[in-house]
Design a protein around this ligand. Structure first.
Ligand SMILES: O=P(O)(O)O[C@H]1O[C@H](CO)[C@@H](O)[C@H]1O
Ligand SMILES: [Mn+2]
Ligand SMILES: [Mn+2]
Length: 405
């Protein structure tokens, strides 16, 4: 039986990419800087001391990070029995965003430039917002700036509830985000507004519209919910997901994977909210998975709850929790199965601002007869897609070099 499981730790970079300088991200290192803060006792909220990830370390995480940065992350050691093949990968795609990272790891790098709303304030053209508002029957909107999605709720959430005006904001990514209260504005109405925005944004080449629903009564208790929805454009070519599906295989999306690939190449969708539920759902799907199945989970909380929020202790806590549950996945795998663990970009919680960081990602591969040891620096995340194509004996992808078979 041949099955692949991808555990995609959203934003878990292992050090600045070769081209990080062009992004202002030289020195960013999500894993290394979290490990450093932990070792220095600066991440003791809800956890204590040096970062402990013994199961990820066995898969080669710390050695991959050392090869990426030239330095072993603090609290980790070379002296570990390695059971997997480990590498680190640079990104070919032009952007450090979620769709670019995901599409590239599925064999389709984004070599064109996305559109961006680069102005920090007055970010959106009036012509665009006028069209969206007119079609949605709304008189005006709030925001119109770059913002952290939680900070903007504190600032504008109450006004939104009073006025019924949606909050439009963006970031360094190619995104148009809409925050609305689930009850006072309405969830379905928010989704409809996002679909209108998606259509009107077509000429702007924007990667994603994101619905950001929230609940609560005021700045002290506003909270975003699991009903977030991403409306991505379709990948520019067939990904390895499409190819596996076309060959009669199963592609199971856990979490927001389906949204990120604009529902292309997916045969089944499983929703779950939060790290624990996403992990549980992954285990359930691996138990159910038959031959020629890919179970693909996006663990979004690393990015959205901790990376963007610059919450170092929270990120460390989440990593330690994830690590503690890894043996449960390993126990479900047969010898022929392939486990891949990776990330889509960085989001260093010690870095200024609240945006992603241009980083290399870990490529940890286990099972499928792979020899334990280093896979070195990979030039593209597409090596993952190419390896999956080779593993399932699909037609090769245009990009990437397989490390399997
Ligand atoms: O600050 P929040 O709303 O979490 O948004 C972040 O999440 C988006 C998707 O990763 C990024 O573009 C960034 O804006
Ligand atoms: Mn991401
Ligand atoms: Mn993000």
């Amino acid at each position: 039986m041949k099955r692949t499981v991808i555990m995609m730790l959203d934003s878990f970079g292992v050090g600045a990419a070769s081209d990080a300088q062009a992004f202002g991200d030289l020195g960013s290192d999500t894993f290394g800087n979290i490990a450093k803060a932990c070792a220095e006792g600066k991440a003791n909220d809800g956890r204590q001391g040096p970062l402990k990830l013994p199961n990820l370390a066995k898969l080669g995480l710390a050695l991959a990070a050392k090869e990426s940065t030239g330095k072993m992350p603090q609290g980790f050691s070379d002296d570990v029995e390695i059971i997997g093949a480990y590498g680190h990968a640079d990104e070919l795609s032009s952007g450090k965003d979620t769709p670019s990272g995901h599409w590239e790891m599925a064999g389709v790098p984004v070599l064109y430039e996305w559109g961006y709303f680069s102005d920090l304030t007055n970010s959106f053209p009036k012509e665009l917002t006028d069209k969206i508002l007119a079609r949605a029957g709304l008189s005006d909107y709030l925001g119109n700036c770059h913002a952290s999605g939680t900070a903007i709720l504190e600032e504008l959430g109450e006004e939104h509830m009073r006025s019924g005006m949606p909050i439009f904001y963006t970031s360094a990514d190619s995104v148009f985000q809409i925050a609305c209260h689930e009850e006072s504005f309405g969830l379905e109405k928010l989704y409809e507004l996002c679909i209108i925005a998606r259509e009107e944004l077509e000429p702007y080449n924007i990667g994603r519209v994101i619905a950001r629903p929230f609940v609560g009564t005021g700045p002290s208790d506003f909270a975003r919910t699991g009903n977030r929805r991403d409306y991505a454009v379709e990948p520019p070519a067939k990904t390895v997901l499409d190819k596996l599906k076309e060959s009669g295989g199963e592609v199971v999306s856990v979490g927001k994977i389906a949204d990120i690939y604009a529902h292309c190449g997916i045969t089944q969708k499983v929703k779950a909210t939060g790290l624990e539920a996403l992990f549980d759902a992954t285990l359930d799907q691996v138990k159910l998975a038959g031959d020629r199945t890919l179970v693909f989970t996006n663990f979004v909380d690393f990015d959205s709850h901790y990376g963007h929020r610059r919450d170092i202790a929270g990120y460390a806590r989440a990593l330690e929790y994830f690590d503690s549950r890894l043996p449960e996945i390993l126990a479900l795998l047969d010898d022929d199965d392939l486990l891949l663990l990776t990330a889509d970009h960085g989001c260093d919680p010690t870095w200024p601002g609240s945006d992603h960081t241009r980083e290399r990602v870990p490529v940890l591969a286990y099972g499928a007869g792979l020899t334990a040891g280093s896979l070195g620096l990979r030039n593209s995340f597409a090596d993952i897609g190419q390896s999956i194509a080779s593993y399932f004996e699909l037609e090769p992808m245009e990009y990437g070099t397989s490390f399997v078979g």
